[in-house]
Design a protein around this ligand. Structure first.
Ligand SMILES: Nc1ncnc2c1ncn2[C@@H]1O[C@H](COP(=O)(O)OP(=O)(O)OP(=O)(O)O)[C@@H](O)[C@H]1O
Length: 300
């Protein structure tokens, strides 16, 4: 696929001071691509997403977001946290929450303009909740709150959208509404990273699924599974540079002493694999430090 990657991990080690959660991560993501992260609790899905936002540390290697350091991409990223992370008692309406998505454009200290209010209304309409604009956020159902958070992110017109387990506690109707909007966004050129525990959904929806496994005892971080292109990429829409990162332990066996995983082209990964037909996802959980209220959308 032409164009520079919007997101690039190059032998990256990410985590928190004194806690390397993921090591040897190699990944390129390009405009219009959909990447799903799967894996067990505590594997590092949320940490990966937070590293893109500059909320988790890059402890080694490199992470580039639109060619810049994480947190310095000028608001090109949209972030959809888990609705459960937000305080439902915070006294704001759904419409206000979505309007916060425009703050990165206007600056939170400036009054919003009519164009911002129009964009917020359109985003709420897009997730099917135009009639809930005046309802207090905390009085909405879990699935509706998740859709409001998606509307907040898309109101900011992101080029890279990061979603942390957006389908938790979401019914089939809300899930379909979210998937439809996400498909429209990627068709329009946005890149997307979402974490989920629903592997069948990840395989159905994403171009690639990346599995993250918890760190083996004694290792310095989680082993990152391989990514494989899924149906959409196989159709020829992607041609993405897919890499396969060998878990740290295996890399150590195979390499001449390198301490991080190696990457090989996907074709070779396929030859070397035992024929598994699906990729696995890198599961990252939401950070421990939760907000105490609804905050403006996080950019990158
Ligand atoms: N702020 C933090 N400081 C230090 N360690 C953290 C911090 N936040 C998370 N961790 C640790 O990082 C590891 C990965 O956590 P993370 O939330 O990324 O996992 P996850 O894959 O998203 O899990 P889940 O599926 O449960 O949401 C865990 O061991 C967790 O304890």
């Amino acid at each position: 696929m032409p164009g520079d990657p919007v997101l690039r991990f190059n032998r990256a080690t990410i985590g928190y001071p004194g806690n390397a959660v993921l090591t040897g991560l190699d990944l390129d993501l390009r405009a219009g691509e959909r990447l799903a992260l799967v894996g067990p609790n505590g594997a590092g899905k949320s940490t990966l997403i937070k590293s893109v936002l500059g909320l988790a540390a890059v402890l080694g290697g490199a992470v580039e977001v639109f060619g810049r350091s994480p947190g310095r991409a000028g608001g090109l990223c949209g972030y959809v946290p888990q609705a459960a992370d937000l305080d439902p008692d915070f006294p704001v309406t759904a419409g206000h929450v979505v309007l916060m998505g425009r703050y990165r454009r206007t600056g939170w200290w400036r009054p919003t303009r009519p164009a911002d209010r129009r964009a917020a209304r359109a985003a709420l309409d897009r997730v099917g909740l135009a009639d809930r604009a005046g309802v207090r956020f905390g009085l909405l159902s879990g699935g509706q709150r998740q859709r409001v958070l998606l509307a907040r992110a898309i109101a900011a017109e992101p080029s890279l959208l990061l979603l942390d387990e957006p389908f938790n506690g979401v019914d089939a109707e809300s899930q379909q509404a979210i998937l439809t909007v996400l498909a429209e966004l990627t068709t329009a050129g946005a890149a997307l990273v979402l974490s989920t525990h629903d592997e069948p959904l990840a395989e159905r929806f994403a171009d690639r699924v990346l599995t993250v496994a918890p760190a083996a005892s004694g290792s310095s971080g989680a082993s990152v599974g391989r990514t494989v292109p899924l149906a959409r990429a196989a159709e020829g829409s992607s041609g993405a540079s897919v890499s396969w990162t060998v878990p740290v332990a295996r890399a150590a066996e195979e390499s001449s002493g390198a301490s991080v995983g190696r990457t090989v082209p996907v074709a070779r990964a396929a030859e070397e694999s035992s024929g598994a037909s699906v990729g696995r996802a890198l599961t990252v959980a939401p950070a421990a430090g939760r907000s105490s209220g609804v905050r403006p959308a996080r950019g990158c």
